[in-house]
Design a protein around this ligand. Structure first.
Ligand SMILES: Cc1ncc(COP(=O)(O)O)c(C=O)c1O
Length: 452
C-alpha cells in the first residue's frame, strides 16, 4: 500500500506481521470518513481490519456514522413510540419531531403484536407463571406452557417433537453448531439467513446458487465421500427476496446424495400454507424434511425460536445445542402470546386472507410501475436497485414522505442486488397502500429507478 497522506484522507495503522501498513479513507466536507464512498463491509468485513487496533476499528466506524448523521442519511435505529403499528410514531432523527409513518419495515405480517385477544390471554395466564423462567430449560426453566407451545409447533410442521429457544437466531445457530463436527459439512443456499450461516463458523461450509437444485447437485457430487454428514440448509421464504424455496427439487437431490435438509420457516409461518402453517403445508411436504426451524418474532408477533424434528433428534439437540442448554428459557408472557397467536392463525386464519389481498395489490402496483422485484411472491418486496447511494436516497426520500422502509445495502446482499426492502402487513387499508405506492412510484421515477 503506498503512502497517500498528501490527499485529505484518514489513515489508520495496520499491525501487519511483516511491516507497518496503513488503511486509508477519503474524507467528506465534514472531515469524517465519507459515508457515500464506503459501506458497512469496510468497517466489519474487510480482512485488513484484523490488523487494526480496536481503538482504530471503533474510530473508523464511528467517523463513518458521524458523516451519515451529519448529512441526515443515517437510516437505521429509528425510534418508535408505539411499537410496530401500521401507522408508527417514529422520531425524526433530524428535527426530533414525532412523525406518523406507514410502517413497511416490520415483519409483524399479521399485526399480531397489536392483537388485544393475545394480550387478554397473557393477562389471564401470566399470574400463574410470572415473568422470566428463572433457569435454563434442562435445569429449572422447563414450564408446561413452553412444552404446550412446542407440541403445537411440532403439529403445525408435521413433526414429532420440538424445542423452544429464546430467539430464532439461537435456534438456527445452536442447531447447526450442535450437529456439525469437523468431518461434516453444511451446504447453504447462498441467500440463507445469517443465523444459519453463523452456526457453521469454524466448520466446513459450502454454498449453492439461490434456489437452484442443479447447482446444489454439483456441490453434493463434489462433496461425496469427503464428509461423514451433509446438511442442506435453506429458508422456506427468503428474508430479503420474499421468494419460496424450491423445496421439492432440493429435497429430491439432497435425499439422492444422502444429505439431510433443514428449512428455516421464519418468514413462512403465518404467511403461507392453507392454514398458515408455512412452506411444508404450502408444498404438501409435511414430515418430509429432517429439521424445521423458525422464529416466534415475525407473523407470530412475539419473541423466541423453535426447532422441530423427530423425537430422537430433538432429544439429541437438547444436550448438544449450546444456545439451548446454556441460556435461560424464554420470557413466559411471550410464550403465552406466541401460543395464542398460533391458535388464532391455525383456527381462525387471523388476518391471513387480508394479508394476501394486500400482497396481491402491492405486487401488481410495483410490477406495473416497472420496478425490479425479483421473484417476490410473499409479504416481502425487494425493490432491487444495485446502487448503494440510490438505495439510501430512495429510503431517505420515502422516509420524508412518511413511508418507513428499510435500505438493504452491500454486504447484506450482493452489490448488484442492493435494494429497498418493503414488507406488507394485513392491517393496511387500500387507501394507505395506494398513497404509499403512488409515492414509491414518484420517487422511483425521480431517481431513475424506473422510467419516467
Ligand atoms: C430467515 C430468518 N431466520 C432467523 C431469524 C432470527 O430470528 P429472531 O429474530 O427470532 O432471532 C431471522 C430474523 O430475524 C430471519 O429473517
Amino acid at each position: 500500500m503506498s503512502d497517500k497522506t498528501s490527499n485529505p484522507r484518514k489513515h489508520y495503522h495496520l499491525f501487519d506481521d511483516e511491516n507497518l501498513d496503513h488503511l486509508y479513507f477519503d474524507i467528506s466536507k465534514n472531515g469524517e470518513i465519507d459515508a457515500n464512498k464506503y459501506s458497512l463491509y469496510n468497517f466489519t468485513g474487510d480482512p485488513k481490519l484484523e490488523y487494526a487496533e480496536w481503538e482504530s476499528r471503533m474510530d473508523m466506524m464511528n467517523s463513518w456514522f458521524t458523516d451519515m448523521k451529519s448529512e441526515n442519511r443515517f437510516l437505521y435505529e429509528r425510534e418508535s413510540l408505539n411499537g410496530s403499528k401500521v401507522v408508527s410514531q417514529v422520531v425524526d432523527p433530524e428535527t426530533k419531531e414525532v412523525r406518523e409513518m406507514l410502517n413497511f419495515a416490520s415483519n409483524d405480517y399479521l399485526n399480531l403484536t397489536q392483537d388485544t385477544r393475545i394480550w387478554e390471554k397473557v393477562k389471564e395466564l401470566s399470574p400463574q407463571y410470572g415473568g422470566g423462567a428463572g433457569g435454563a430449560p434442562l435445569l429449572s426453566g422447563t414450564m408446561r406452557v413452553i412444552n404446550e407451545l412446542a407440541e403445537k409447533i411440532a403439529q403445525m410442521k408435521g413433526m414429532e417433537s420440538a424445542i423452544i429457544y429464546n430467539s430464532g437466531y439461537g435456534a438456527n445457530f445452536g442447531t447447526i453448531a450442535g450437529l456439525l463436527g469437523h468431518k461434516d459439512v453444511a451446504i447453504y443456499d447462498m441467500f440463507a439467513h445469517a443465523s444459519l450461516i453463523d452456526g457453521s463458523r469454524g466448520a466446513n461450509k459450502k454454498f449453492f446458487q439461490h434456489n437452484d437444485s442443479t447447482s446444489l447437485e454439483k456441490v453434493l457430487k463434489a462433496s461425496q465421500n469427503k464428509y461423514i454428514n451433509k446438511l442442506v440448509v435453506v429458508d422456506g421464504v427468503y428474508s430479503m427476496d420474499g421468494d419460496i424455496a424450491n423445496l421439492n427439487e432440493i429435497l429430491d437431490v439432497a435425499k439422492y446424495y444422502g444429505a439431510w435438509v433443514l428449512v428455516d420457516e421464519a418468514h413462512a409461518t403465518g404467511v403461507i400454507g392453507k392454514t398458515g402453517c408455512g412452506t411444508l403445508e404450502h408444498l404438501d411436504l409435511e414430515g418430509k424434511v429432517d429439521i424445521v426451524t423458525g422464529t416466534l418474532s415475525k407473523a407470530v408477533g412475539s419473541i423466541g425460536g423453535y426447532v422441530t424434528a423427530s423425537k430422537r433428534l430433538v432429544n439429541y439437540l437438547k444436550y448438544t445445542s449450546r444456545s439451548f442448554m446454556f441460556s435461560t428459557a424464554p420470557y413466559i408472557p411471550s410464550i403465552i402470546a406466541a401460543k395464542e397467536a398460533l391458535n388464532l392463525i391455525t383456527e381462525q386464519k387471523a388476518g391471513v386472507d387480508k394479508l394476501w389481498e394486500n400482497i396481491q395489490y402491492v405486487k401488481e402496483r410495483l410490477t406495473a410501475a416497472g420496478f425490479n422485484i425479483g421473484n417476490a411472491e410473499t409479504a416481502i418486496f425487494p425493490i432491487i436497485i444495485g446502487d448503494d447511494n440510490k438505495v439510501k436516497e430512495m429510503t431517505y426520500k420515502l422516509h420524508q414522505r412518511d413511508i418507513f422502509v428499510n435500505p438493504v445495502p452491500y454486504p447484506a446482499v450482493p452489490r448488484k442486488l442492493t435494494r429497498v426492502r418493503m414488507t406488507v402487513t394485513a392491517g393496511f387499508s387500500r387507501e394507505q397502500l395506494k398513497y404509499a405506492l403512488d409515492e414509491v412510484e414518484i420517487v422511483g421515477k425521480e431517481l431513475g429507478v424506473i422510467p419516467q
